[in-house]
Design a protein around this ligand. Structure first.
Ligand code: PLP
Length: 436
């Protein structure tokens, strides 16, 4: 930590709270998780330290951005070296860092297709671009999206987000929503086929009959870790393609080995998407997103200009290249699989002990527990979730209240979490539940 920095910074909680209160717009203040806020001063690996130097285990990974660990030295030094040479260079000029990154991202995709890359600043920008690309390529306007999906804060990304609390007035339209194939509480119960049949009915009734595409988070994140059941992604792609559209996989949360067995979560279903959207973990905290598309699908965009001023920024690109290298060198996908399985086991043991836990789900390091008032009625229990969440803070565990009813505790830690961490997390969760 460099306290010689020439900009004076007041690190006090009161000072920060007062400045936020006075100067942040309402839209920037709303999304605060804990009743008592925390000021974080530094992070390393899977841990964060507050201004009192108390250590927390970060099971939220700063909203899934921290993939290889907080302030990973290789990522920081790659970005710093690039920032010192040339902090920014737009795509109007040539620079090798984003060009290498594009090559390296394309190499992570299924080899059956020729892939091309458009770098953005965020996930929502990448979602917007994917929507435009789908509409341009297909010549159709209507899009399909899933209820309980979260795709981002821009107007277009909101229009495909299926949770009312994130949808503001004035979004663009032409989006038809499908019931999410939630195996715990979906409207058709468990199984895949009824949800696929509903896609056909929706295309036939709520669109022109021809669609631009469908957006699916391969595992819904903010919606509460909703895994797509076997065959759903492949079946959805087949039905949407038959109606003229493309399959867009949103891997913003589920990508980069987080689910353990696959690098991209769509691979679990054997589906090859037309467009893949990614962000968050790609930069390990540096702002960057990307659309990776089949070359043929991206080609019609050549008709008009589309320019993200900071997209393909070499500093973020250098960071992202280092992220991909660290993931490989530290075998983090395998770690996510192994450590995630252990954490899942701990969560299942807690479910045995506490009736408030209705469901435990997820894979790799993308896990959740859902709280219910009654296991039979499955009525979501927002209050207990909030209490456990606050109690977790006392146990120095950072996680996320998620799902449309805020009744899910979501765990998406940095991929370097260890098995010993999971044991301490389980003890902390146990104490949090026991104290209810
Ligand atoms: C699945 C998913 N897609 C898209 C986004 C939007 O990304 P960003 O916040 O970088 O705009 C998010 C952000 O939480 C997300 O979880």
């Amino acid at each position: 930590m460099n306290d010689d920095h020439p900009l004076h910074t007041d690190w006090s909680l009161d000072g920060t709270a007062a400045r936020r209160e006075r100067y942040y717009a309402a839209s920037l203040k709303k999304f605060v998780p804990f009743a008592d806020p925390i000021v974080f001063r530094r992070g390393r690996g899977q841990y964060l330290w507050d201004t009192e130097d108390q250590r927390y285990t970060d099971l939220l990974g700063m909203n899934v951005c921290i993939s290889v660990g907080h302030s990973h030295p290789r990522v920081v030094s790659a970005a710093m070296a690039q920032a010192q040479d040339l902090t920014h260079c737009t795509t109007m000029f040539y620079h090798p860092a984003p060009a290498h990154l594009a090559e390296e991202l394309a190499a992570t995709m299924p080899p059956s297709e020729e892939w091309v890359v458009h770098l953005t600043n965020s996930g929502a920008e990448a979602i917007d671009l994917a929507m435009t690309m789908a509409r341009t390529y297909s010549g159709n306007t209507d899009l399909l999206a899933l209820r309980t999906a979260y795709h981002g804060p821009t107007a277009a990304a909101q229009s495909v987000t299926g949770i009312a609390t994130w949808r503001h007035p004035g979004m663009p339209g032409n989006v038809a929503f499908l019931p999410e194939p939630n195996q715990y509480r979906g409207i058709f119960g468990p199984g895949t086929q009824p949800y696929l049949d509903e896609i056909e009915r929706t295309i036939a009734s709520a669109t022109t009959g021809r669609v631009a595409g469908i957006l699916i988070e391969s595992v819904q994140g903010y919606g509460g870790i909703i895994e797509m059941p076997p065959g759903y992604m492949a079946g959805a792609a087949e039905r949407v393609r038959a109606a003229g559209g493309v399959y867009i996989a949103d891997e913003v949360q589920s990508g980069f080995g987080r689910t353990g067995d696959q690098f991209w979560a769509f691979e679990a279903d054997g589906v090859v998407p037309d467009i893949v959207v990614m962000a968050k973990g790609l930069g390990n905290g540096f702002p960057i997103g990307a659309v990776v598309a089949r070359k043929e699908v991206a080609a019609p965009m050549a008709e008009k200009f589309l320019f993200h001023t900071y997209g393909a920024n070499p500093t973020s690109a250098a960071a992202a290249r280092a992220v991909l290298a660290v993931m490989r060198d530290e075998a983090l996908q395998d770690n996510a699989r192994r450590v995630g399985a252990r954490l899942l086991g701990h969560l299942r043991a807690l479910q045995e002990k506490y009736p408030a836990i209705g469901d435990v789900r997820g894979r790799g390091l993308m896990l959740a527990i859902e709280m219910v008032r009654d296991r039979k009625t499955k009525e979501p229990d927002r209050e207990t979730t909030a209490q456990v969440f606050e109690a977790c803070r006392d146990q120095r565990l950072i996680l996320s209240k998620s799902g449309p009813s805020q009744s899910v505790l979501r765990m998406v830690p940095p991929l370097c979490l260890t098995e010993e961490d999971t044991d301490r997390v389980a003890e902390g969760l146990d104490r949090a539940f026991a104290g209810l």
